[in-house]
Ligand binder design. Structure first.
Ligand code: ADP
Ligand code: MG
Length: 394
């Protein structure tokens, strides 16, 4: 195997093609699927609520060629491993490793009636793993798009997002909402997307040229992330169940207003109340933030991001010490409109909205102050939103 292991860097189109030829001996076609940053709206997706992510320059690239048989063979450059899967396996089950994100997608697509064909796939990704920027969805979506293309099937990016989410929910066992897969499938150049996770309607919101979106990786990832994630989801379901006698036929916390929650507070334990309060206030913040960003009110958008962080930290309890330090440092910099944790939580990255002219100094200062406070070297970059999944030119 000549195509070696590489973690952080993006493989060029030429390297990817050469690596595929070395590994599988044929000419591939290329696919790309981006990671994402969420500007605001955390854990609201699985509550049928609102989110506002954007697709990143960090992406998973797949080199792909069809096979004559029913074998799916995948090499991950990040892991440095090649694995095989038989599309005719009558009882495919998870292996509890990275391949679940790959073969889970094949199982979900086949389960939806897609007649798949065998393929060789080489994946290389610049999305850092476990950093809150969704390497898992970028991998799933790149695989799904590749498999549909090999099979000569039409691609509906909303359906693809749903099937990739199903793979992560049912095959991997992570009960994530639709956000990561949806934005990796449907991202729009230079825009964030305000998404209604009930109807899946999307509103593109242009990023004001006076502002930069700066992503900072805290470089910590706490192991409890996926277990706690599923627990938060269970708390939200419990809140809906307990609030129903007071509020009537509600389906999700999306159907609860802050006033409705306050009036029925007595139905909930303190913890469940605070979990619900994060969700119902966060939904309102997303709607207002989208309007503020669209209207050029960057200051208001930033305030809402700061409030969102406080709500994740205090009510939803999904932040951690290092991320709080990073957000705190960011919020004190000149030219910053707002800063918050982004992604599922318990580590990962932060997102800040920063005045364009102040962004360079912001990145340098935050990096230095974070290292001084924690000893950790944050990777910080200003991003410009990208298109969702598609063929990679070259
Ligand atoms: P993230 O926030 O990055 O999505 P997750 O825990 O949801 O974090 O997913 C990370 C997991 O996804 C990794 O542990 C690995 O199993 C899988 N993964 C992501 N990208 C790749 C890749 N390029 N090759 C192999 N596995 C990957
Ligand atoms: Mg993930």
């Amino acid at each position: 195997m000549i195509f070696g292991r590489r973690e952080a860097n993006m493989f060029s189109v030429d390297e990817l093609k050469a690596g595929f030829k070395d590994t599988f001996g044929r000419e591939p076609f290329l696919v790309r699927a981006p990671g994402r940053v969420n500007l605001i709206g955390e854990h609201t997706d699985y509550n049928d609520g609102f989110i506002m992510p954007a697709a990143l320059e960090y992406e998973t690239r797949a080199a792909v060629a069809p096979r004559a048989d029913r074998i799916l063979r995948v090499h991950s450059a990040k892991i440095g491993e090649t694995r095989e899967f038989d599309l005719d396996d009558p009882a495919p089950g998870p292996k509890r490793d990275w391949t679940d994100y790959v073969f889970g997608v094949a199982v979900a697509l086949a389960g939806a009636g897609k007649k798949l064909k065998g393929a060789d796939i080489l994946v290389a990704s610049s999305v850092p793993v476990g950093s809150g920027l969704s390497s898992s969805a970028a991998l799933e979506v790149s695989i799904g798009y590749s498999l549909l293309t090999v099979a000569g099937l039409p691609i509906d990016t909303i359906e693809l997002a749903k099937l990739c989410q199903k793979a992560e929910n049912e095959f991997v066992g992570m009960r994530c909402g639709i956000m990561d897969q949806f934005i990796s499938c449907n991202g729009q150049h230079d825009h964030a997307l305000m998404i209604d996770c009930r109807s899946l309607e999307k509103r593109p919101v242009p990023i004001d040229p006076r502002a930069r979106i700066v992503v900072a990786n805290s470089m910590v990832h706490h192991e409890l992330a996926s277990g706690e994630y599923n627990k938060r989801r269970a708390s939200c379901e419990e809140a809906v169940h307990l609030l129903s006698p007071g509020l009537g036929p509600i389906k999700a916390l999306r159907d609860v207003t802050p006033a409705g929650l306050e009036a029925n507070k007595a139905l909930l334990s303190d913890v469940t109340y605070r979990r619900a309060r994060h969700i119902v206030t966060e939904d309102e913040r997303v709607i207002e933030a989208a309007d503020a960003l669209a209207a050029g009110d960057l200051a208001r958008c930033g305030e809402l991001m700061n409030q969102s962080h406080a709500s994740m930290r205090d009510d939803y309890e999904i932040s951690c010490e290092e991320v709080d330090v990073l957000v705190d440092i960011a919020q004190r910099q000149p030219g910053v409109f707002g800063s918050r944790m982004t992604g599922g939580g318990f580590g990962g990255s932060t997102v800040s909205l920063v005045e364009a002219g102040a962004a360079e100094a912001f990145m340098e200062n935050v990096k230095a102050a974070y290292e001084k406070a924690t000893g950790l070297k944050s990777t910080i970059f200003a991003c410009s939103p990208q298109q969702g999944v598609g063929p990679l030119a070259g």
